[in-house]
Design a protein around this ligand. Sequence first.
Ligand code: SF4
Length: 753
Amino acid sequence: MSLPRIPWRAWDGPFTADLARVSGGFGLGQVPARLKPDGTTGLVCGYCATGCGLTAHLVDGEAVNLSPDPRFPVNQGMACPKGWEALAALEAPDRATMPMLRNPETGAMEPVSWPHALQTFVSRMKSVQQNWGPQSIAFLSTGQICTEEMALLGALFKFGMRGLHCDSNTRQCMATAHVAYKQSLGFDAPPYTYADFEESDCLVFVGSNPAVAHPILWQRVLQNRRHPEILVLDPRRTETAMGATLHVPLAPKSDLVLLYGVASALIRRGAVDRAFIDAHTRGFEAFAAAVSGFTPERVCAEARIPLDLFETLVERIATRARVSYWWTMGVNQGHESTRTAQAIINLALMTGQIGKPGTGANSITGQCNAMGSRLFSNVTNLFGGRDFADPAARLEVESLLGLPAGTVPTENSWSYDRIVDGIESGAIRGLWVIATNSSHSWIQQRRFNELLGRLEFLVVQDLYTTTETVQRADLLLPAAGWGEKEGTFINSERRLGLVKRVRRPPGQALSDFHIFRLVAEAWGCADLFREWVTPETVFEVLKRLSRGRPCDITGIDGYRAIDALGGIQWPFSEAMRDRVLDHASGGSLETLPETRVAGIRERRLFADGSFHTADGRAVFHHSPPTPVPEPTDEAYPWVLLTGRGTSSQWHTNTRTSKSPVLRQLYPENCYVEIHPEDAARIGLQAKGRVRVRSRRAELLADACITPAVQPGQVFIPMHYRELNPLTLTVVDPHSRQPSYKFCAVALEALPPG
Ligand code: SF4
């Protein structure tokens, strides 16, 4: 069902007057996108971090359809089902169109005006701070909003509202890659460009299923003309494993042992790049000594794979000229995930497979703007990848932003799990949740939702009135979605892409950017943000904050340049821009001839072997593997694996469930994949149902009997709300990222029904 169409002018009328009073004249609507002569405009997709370019087809100023952009360098005219159907999420009947406040007497959510909502927000959050201290409020945000919005939120909360503890749902997907890169390479800098998928002789996918999770990137692999080896390390025979030249079905969470075993075997056969190690790294000898005990026999016993399979894996890695390593959530969401990611980085470093075409230790990011969050959200890092604990960095940021001395907090905020613990201890009493559905997605969900009930004030800012988290809110702030606002995203290969306003938000929904501006005004701290007027002026602020940093974007001449070039990868400093323009005999980035555009379109990092550590050397990090936190036993004999189900589903299905097309492409009911031997063992019939029970909760699921999972393991997609009550609270000690990939469960067959 479509929302009623309201003419622009009608929407801008009385509501503008009402809000102008509150917003202090910051203005309301962002300018609708500039159109090409054919009535279209390009923007990047708002689901995953592949960052595909889409073409919006507009009628009367509003997008009526989307198609993949054949000229965009990322997707080259391809899109997955989510991209094709991205507009459907904006048309849902459960869109939030008014602020809603819970009536304390009836418990019902009732519509209120924006001024009333803002006054309530401010008075109740300030009351919590007065009663319990400034750090008793927190926010949980997202990798789904624009970089400029994240930046404004982080600045508003920490500099204006004087809060400290905040985190984002990127903790659930990319914290591990962030910490691993930062420790190993000196900065959170994924080194690759998507061309590396096509230029590699051997692609090693660890805990990664791009055929489903990143289907356009998988298409780029399939375009590789070098007849590459595709080696997949995954307990499941995933769609990617089915298309591989070698599948290594290792035991769940034996990845660190296996990777150390591969490193040890490569060292023994001399398949290392000694010159690169000596010139560009630190700590190799200690690493070599640490992994020497990971003999093939030990590794194969612990990973439960045949010896000849292990030897084939090593042989193929050792003998191909260009080897690239790719990882995603199978690595990031483990109990020792940072060291596992660094074991992958170590393999690339010791073999000199980094900084050259077709190589790299490459984390594939999840959400469309997780990379923006990692660099510019001011949540766990001070702007531009700086450290809150560094006095010089604080001074520099205060100077760049014109902030009074002492405005920037001296401590890092708590991670997501510690904020949840803080709710339990009473340290956190007010929570603001922005564009994420924590009540579905956080681990050990029943505990999380019980804790939400202890808050004195829960604000949720979202597109919809129906998410599990919104159901628990005291105040709902209605937000515009992707396609209804403008700003930038940063994709997995560090490419900044542009999001444009091609639809009008429904009712009184506002862009997150606008909501943050209004909160700043109502809070009384808007003077700190006089320069942060529009997303594009904030982009200029971010450029200034990036100057001289590894993520320097000072050479990007505004949104028009990003639009004209099909996105621009960081770094892109003024010096880089000037070199490009000199070669092109002046002009601007927007008018750059195609021959010159090609030179800056695909860029990888570390070609000179110089890393971002103090001495320029990459570091080998390693630790002994540790046992899984919840091993199987007699009572709970199966391992529960989780992951993405289909290319048509996104995370908690909040948006993808709005599309009738996408709903046809995935099973409606929660299902569990179970091996035929296990099905026979518990007496499970085809089309039967299964009760899956962990120590924390149980669920009912449709049975999917398949040899894609191994005996003793079951798999449930993460998109179903039934799943996360079963998962357990375990996080990696370095990244604090939750371990979603392993817990012990029991199964019981039920008749079809
Ligand atoms: Fe969008 Fe990702 Fe699909 Fe591309 S692959 S269309 S970015 S969801």
